[in-house]
Ligand binder design. Structure first.
Ligand code: GRF
Length: 207
């Protein structure tokens, strides 16, 4: 059996996706281990979750760096210091610069609460789906590239918009999907089962 893939999970908020990955990694057959949780801010619930799981936490404060290149280098240096082989963005609200993609090629994941390429952007995707009158939205997990929310898509799952939904009720159903889909994709990455050819990502069968 291959050794578990050490991952750094990057967070900025409540960390429910982090929790889903931590819970999955507590299972014996899982293929990834969270070696560090990196945040761009302190005093967020995600850091409590990491501490409760006994995972080290590092805060890389944007204001200590002030530009994307230096901030990105600092985040990657922390990940390297903990031996991470991949970066898993889970509600991380900063955009990483190109050097992160060079240091972790095809090893940076992001989760987005819409069916990309619909409703890209960091924070309003669920509200934008409602405002647009979309009947279906969903979840996308993709590789991170220099273009925001435009990297090769690994997995998507639809969520039906119900009459009377508001952003909170719709986001709650989106998150139910996220908490199942993201740990599954991280497991596939850990099994080295994701093959990227141009924009297309193939999942190899579980061996
Ligand atoms: C998720 O909805 C994710 O799709 C988006 O940010 C949210 C993070 O939620 N990128 P949480 O912090 O994991 O609860």
């Amino acid at each position: 059996m291959q050794s578990r893939l050490p991952i750094a999970v990057l967070v900025s908020g409540s960390g429910s996706n982090l929790q889903a990955i931590l819970d999955a990694s507590a299972e014996p057959g899982y293929s990834a281990d969270v070696c560090v949780v990196i945040s761009d801010r302190s005093e967020i619930w995600a850091l409590e979750r990491a501490a409760a799981a006994g995972v080290p936490v590092e805060v890389v404060d944007w204001s200590d760096y002030g530009n994307r290149a230096a901030f990105t280098a600092a985040v990657c240096d922390v990940a390297d210091r903990y031996g991470a082989s991949a970066l898993v963005l889970a509600g991380f609200l900063r955009i990483l610069g190109d050097s992160a993609m060079r240091r972790f090629p095809d090893r940076i994941l992001n989760i987005h609460p819409s069916l990309l390429p619909a409703f890209p952007g960091t924070i309003h995707a669920v509200q934008e789906a409602l405002d647009h009158g979309a009947k279906v939205t969903g979840v996308t997990v993709h590789f991170v590239t220099a273009d925001v929310d435009a990297g090769p898509i690994i997995a998507q799952e639809a969520v039906v918009v119900m009459p009377g939904d508001d952003a909170a009720s719709l986001h709650a159903r989106v998150q139910e999907v996220e908490h199942r889909l993201y740990p599954a994709v991280v497991d596939a990455l850990g099994r080295r089962a994701l093959v990227v050819e141009g924009r297309w990502v193939t999942w190899k069968e579980k061996s």
